[in-house]
Design a protein. Structure first.
Length: 283
């Protein structure tokens, strides 16, 4: 049986949302001195999430804006400590969440490669061996001696992705990172991820592109309002999601026909129910 690399048990994540706005720190201190605490609302971004990832599994996470996708990835990666439940990790995780977020803007591209490498747990010698490969992948050969503050956001993301490609994770966590950079870079990074998957790397992947999820993943889940409402085979879950969002363009002809058939059945049932109600009202 395939090795279980990660298990998520009854995860819940609560945020405190301030109901009132405080414009600056001075106003905050005055309120505290007056003994006026800010009113806070509790908000559960995730509630009772359970699943596991085994070797060779690539799970897509689907959901509308604010459904809790990024929060779930951050909990799995250990960025957030969950309010409830636990994450059991049995494999090396490399998260590609906010690419380039760890860069120091005053250092050059070259210096940041070594810095970022250290964050990923790699020493100077290993990074020196991998340096040319990283620069080549990023396509930023001419900008290595330029401080990061002069990079565009696309350039930062490219460099962040290029550094992460040297890692050899058992689980790769991807949050929308395959939509960074220009079309050429996007294709190249998707190919790189597919190559890593050939080597057996498991993937947890958030994307708003249903087509991309179907290309990369073999399983998927749907989050809605912080709850997992579907989990299973990627084609089946993608079909449910397409129905929810009306993204039928992304489906194959066969899948579209299936959805149309289902919708027709629903419509007929609705008409039948309305007819029945009218008859009952008349009598
Ligand atoms: N640090 C935080 N403090 C308070 N609320 C937060 C925090 N991070 C996320 N949230 C809230 O949690 C909910 C889920 O956010 P999350 O970013 O996980 O959604 P998402 O599904 O990734 O959305 P999107 O598709 O827009 O990226 C949102 O309502 C968001 O406002």
């Amino acid at each position: 049986m395939a090795k279980e690399l990660l298990r998520v048990e009854h995860i819940g994540m609560k945020f405190n949302l301030s109901k009132e706005r405080v414009n600056d720190f001075r106003e905050y201190v005055i309120r505290m001195l007056k003994g006026k605490k800010l009113e806070k609302d509790e908000f559960w971004a995730l509630k009772d999430i359970n699943f596991s990832i085994h070797e060779g599994e690539r799970i897509g996470i689907l959901g509308l804006n604010g459904a809790g996708k990024s929060t779930l990835l951050k909990v799995v990666a250990g960025v957030f400590k969950p309010t409830e439940g636990r994450v059991i990790r049995n494999g090396k995780i490399v998260p590609l969440l906010e690419l380039g977020a760890g860069f120091d803007k005053n250092y050059t591209g070259r210096e940041n490669i070594f810095l970022y490498g250290a964050v990923l747990g790699y020493g100077r010698q290993y990074m020196e061996e991998k340096y040319d490969q990283i620069v080549e992948f990023s396509g930023l050969e001419d900008f290595m001696d330029v401080p990061i503050k002069n990079y565009s956001s696309g350039m930062k993301s490219k460099l962040g992705f290029a550094i992460a490609t040297i890692a050899e994770p058992e689980i790769l966590i991807l949050d929308e990172v395959l939509s960074v950079g220009d079309g050429k870079f996007r294709k190249k990074s998707e190919k790189k991820i597919l190559d890593m998957m050939q080597d057996g790397t498991a993937v947890l992947f958030v994307s708003h592109s249903l087509a991309q999820v179907k290309r990369i993943c073999n399983k998927a889940m749907i989050l809605e309002g912080g709850k997992m409402i579907a989990f299973g085979d990627v084609d089946e879950v993608a079909q449910v999601y397409a129905e929810m969002t009306g993204e039928l363009d992304e489906l194959t002809v066969g899948q579209k026909n299936l959805v149309k058939k289902k919708n027709k059945k629903k419509k007929t049932e609705k008409i039948k129910q309305e007819d029945k109600r009218e008859v009952m009202e008349e009598s």
